[in-house]
Write a new protein. Structure first.
Length: 233
């Protein structure tokens, strides 16, 4: 049976990024919806194998969709994705889900969870086993000084902004040790990222039109970044 993924999230760029990645990389059938009513229509028509579900949605919220999935489609795997876990956490726990990610989501962990869930043969409603996104204990530590340490790549076309961020991250935050690479768009910038192997990427939204292609390339690296953080004016 074909594996169908339904992505339900009102962040259109994020939704399209996931949709393009899972369709091209793994040849899954992938559908997406940016509001609750459209999502329910697709659930009824496509009977998805796995749903990536945001909580804050127009028309019908994610909690109601989760209830419907658990009651009417008990074999469907559900990964909850939200930046507002405190609002609905107890209700979500009571209903049940397969994994829980707090935004911003470490993409490599989400990808691995999707692959794992789609490989499982489930004959009963799924449990509430929680998979949390990146937390402080996941940040690499300097074993000598026990402080967070990370490689950060900043994609920023404006030199003054890039230098300000680099100086702040490397010199101002006293309880962390960051190594920062600043890059502008150009023929060689992605090769530099591949060699640098950043754990975190800061991406200026001034060039947001290039972001889907950039993010897809980044996620296909042997050692993809754990976080992509968008920032801008």
């Amino acid at each position: 049976m074909a594996k169908n993924i339904l992505i339900i999230d009102d962040e259109i760029n994020f939704t399209k990024l996931l949709e393009n990645y899972f369709r091209s990389k793994f040849e899954y059938k992938v559908f997406s919806a940016c509001d609750g009513k459209a999502a329910l229509d697709l659930i009824q028509k496509q009977s998805p194998t796995l749903v990536l579900l945001d909580m804050k949605l127009p028309t019908v919220n994610g909690l109601e969709i989760l209830k419907i999935l658990r009651e009417q489609y008990p074999e469907c795997r559900v990964i909850v994705m939200t930046a507002y876990d405190v609002d609905y956490k107890k209700e979500m726990d009571a209903i049940g889900y397969d994994a829980f990610f707090l935004k911003p989501i470490p993409f490599h962990e989400l990808k691995e969870k999707v692959i794992k869930l789609l490989a499982q043969k489930i004959s009963k409603p799924t449990s509430k086993k929680i998979s949390i996104g990146l937390t402080s204990k996941d940040i690499p530590q300097d074993k000598t000084n026990c402080i967070p340490t990370a490689r950060i790549a900043i994609i920023e076309p404006r030199d003054p902004t890039a230098l300000m961020l680099k100086g702040y991250l490397e010199n101002t935050i006293s309880d962390c040790k960051f190594t920062v690479l600043t890059l502008r768009f150009g023929p060689a910038y992605f090769n530099e990222i591949e060699k640098f192997e950043p754990e975190i990427v800061l991406y200026d939204t001034i060039t947001i039109g290039h972001f889907p292609d950039f993010a897809t390339m980044l996620m296909n690296l042997p050692n993809p970044a754990k976080e992509i953080i968008l920032f801008g004016d």
